[in-house]
Design a protein around this ligand. Sequence first.
Ligand SMILES: *[C@@H]1O[C@H](CO)[C@@H](O)[C@H](O)[C@H]1NC(C)=O
Ligand SMILES: *[C@@H]1O[C@H](CO)[C@@H](O)[C@H](O)[C@H]1NC(C)=O
Ligand SMILES: *[C@@H]1O[C@H](CO)[C@@H](O)[C@H](O)[C@H]1NC(C)=O
Ligand SMILES: *[C@@H]1O[C@H](CO)[C@@H](O)[C@H](O)[C@H]1NC(C)=O
Ligand SMILES: *[C@@H]1O[C@H](CO)[C@@H](O)[C@H](O)[C@H]1NC(C)=O
Ligand SMILES: *[C@@H]1O[C@H](CO)[C@@H](O)[C@H](O)[C@H]1NC(C)=O
Ligand SMILES: *[C@@H]1O[C@H](CO)[C@@H](O)[C@H](O)[C@H]1NC(C)=O
Ligand SMILES: *[C@@H]1O[C@H](CO)[C@@H](O)[C@H](O)[C@H]1NC(C)=O
Length: 576
Amino acid sequence: MYLLYLLFSVSAVAASSLLNRNLAYRSPLSNVPQLAHDTSAIEKRHVQFAKRQMQDASDFVDEHYPTFYGADFSNSPYVWSGGIDFTHSVASGDPYDTSVLLWTRAAPSSDSAAQPDQSVPVCVTYTISASPDLSSPIDTGAAFTSYDVDFTLKVEATGLPPDSVLYYQFADCTNAESASPVGSTRTLPSPDEPAENVNGGEPLTLAVFSCSQYQSGYFNAYGIGSRNTSADFFVHLGDYIYESLGNGGPIGREVTGRELATLADYRERLAQYRTDASLLAAHQHAPWITVWDDHEIADNAWKAGTADSNDTAAGCAFSASGACFTDRKLAGVRAYHEWLPVRQVAADDQLRIWRGFQFGKLLDLVMLDTRQYDRDVTDVYYNTEFIGGLASYANRSLMGAQQEQWLADTLSQSQDRGAVWRVLGQQIVFTQLDLSGSYNYDAWDGYTANRARILNHINASAIDNTIILSGDSHANWVSDLAFPNDTSYDPTTGAGALGVELLSNTALQWSEGYYRGFFTLTVSPEWMNATYYAMENITYANVDGFSSANFTVRAGENKLSRPVAGGDVRAGALKL
Ligand SMILES: *[C@@H]1O[C@H](CO)[C@@H](O)[C@H](O)[C@H]1NC(C)=O
Ligand SMILES: *[C@@H]1O[C@H](CO)[C@@H](O)[C@H](O)[C@H]1NC(C)=O
Ligand SMILES: *[C@@H]1O[C@H](CO)[C@@H](O)[C@H](O)[C@H]1NC(C)=O
Ligand SMILES: *[C@@H]1O[C@H](CO)[C@@H](O)[C@H](O)[C@H]1NC(C)=O
Ligand SMILES: *[C@@H]1O[C@H](CO)[C@@H](O)[C@H](O)[C@H]1NC(C)=O
Ligand SMILES: *[C@@H]1O[C@H](CO)[C@@H](O)[C@H](O)[C@H]1NC(C)=O
Ligand SMILES: *[C@@H]1O[C@H](CO)[C@@H](O)[C@H](O)[C@H]1NC(C)=O
Ligand SMILES: *[C@@H]1O[C@H](CO)[C@@H](O)[C@H](O)[C@H]1NC(C)=O
């Protein structure tokens, strides 16, 4: 029954739409020749191949492809039918109220003696349903993938019910028996859904991750996030992969390849990370909302360089990898869009991944790109003193003018529309952090005017319930959000604070740097509770960990509730 339904729906579409339905071909940007795949050219390539295989090419009409065989792919020699391996399970991401992105990788079977000619597309169907057995599908369809996009497949499932848990699966168009694992995902509540009705009145849980380096340890945190918490959504703040090699040998986590520079390098690294069983399980378990930081491209990246490769007015400075920075960035961005279920929210803006998500009137999640989009020169180790001298320049930007304006507008609109909470997901420590007399100029402390403009906007517009999530520092910090050096802010009571930063010295209330882990945010209209989890031992795969601290924020208070962490943490230092 399912197959008939599918064939019927496929027969109505032309090959180019089967290509276009796979959003991976838009990586990173549709309609720009050097920056995306020209799917009409790929279709022509397929048709040329089909013609060459025909006894009598004169009968072949391009428009009929691939419906030439009545859309019965099982009889078509022009769609790969030698078997598919779903090599990296499934994933979903960027949920809206009625749609979500579904992801898989469908490679020609490694068991197959003959590998396909590059001109033969791989055809995959997808099904999404409210039941784990995938009965009564809500949306189904088919899409092509090919070597052009590393056999990745990213489709948007649409027409979905809001605020719902859903199940999805991919299968081979030529053999419905050959299917991917079933994934579970979720849509957001409709933007106008009253906060108290979201998730049937139960709190929503976000699991928050950053800085996941393969060679440093097993990704047990992802496994605990999906098995031991009630996380509805996974949020990753960047450094999902690392471009460097490092020494993972002693724990069996050596990364393959070399320091990343080309598209093939970035793809290989992403593919290797996605062999970690806990990471696969977490992607299969719930939708992810991600942004990149520096290491998705290279260490301490900014808009025109990184610590180990840069473009200069005189031309490209070549790094050890032999790649010019701009080419390296394009390769990293492209591979990221192929491998992660992330939306392209602006058709004319190749680099934009800053974007917003409305969880009914409970919460607005604002994901920022403080790293790759439009960041002015950062600390790349040999220039620290120089950057320190620039740090307070008013014309220095971390976000770029366009994103900065969007953030201010988004925060105001969020408050105006009556959303209870505003959560900013971003890459680096926001709060001023005096590291015994010096500052990290690669964090917001290197861009103090940009930070002041944001704090002024929050203060002047009386924006409530702002929670900043920060990654990058490889440690857990938590603090009130306050103007730097503001003597009217009282760290004991939190009076004078403007919000809370979860990650982050007068404002620092808790820090913990030994255990690796993550935190969950449990959100209700009255509370935003953060639970930090510490992993026992990441030198092998296990699910051993413990909750190391809990923090609560009451709606309307704009500070951590006192006593901070209930006065009791199981690891790290609490400033009381
Ligand atoms: C990047 O450019 C700066 C300024 O031209 C130069 O001093 C530095 O050595 C370059 N770095 C690399 C890794 O090429
Ligand atoms: C940025 O501001 C500084 C300090 O006011 C000034 O010296 C510099 O020329 C400005 N740079 C640009 C590009 O306007
Ligand atoms: C914050 O806003 C209040 C009220 O508008 C104002 O009195 C105060 O000066 C502002 N604080 C800062 C540091 O700008
Ligand atoms: C806060 O005061 C410290 C110590 O005087 C200074 O180094 C720092 O630049 C000040 N921060 C801001 C944002 O003005
Ligand atoms: C948050 O924590 C407080 C204090 O422990 C508790 O009363 C409240 O029920 C919790 N709320 C949620 C949504 O977890
Ligand atoms: C972590 O596990 C490894 C392998 O079992 C063991 O050798 C090591 O001592 C453990 N580390 C800690 C801190 O317990
Ligand atoms: C996670 O759940 C598993 C059982 O599924 C259990 O063995 C493990 O101890 C739990 N870990 C934590 C940190 O709660
Ligand atoms: C944090 O709260 C959870 C329940 O919400 C509890 O199981 C855990 O023990 C708490 N952790 C600490 C360190 O108090």
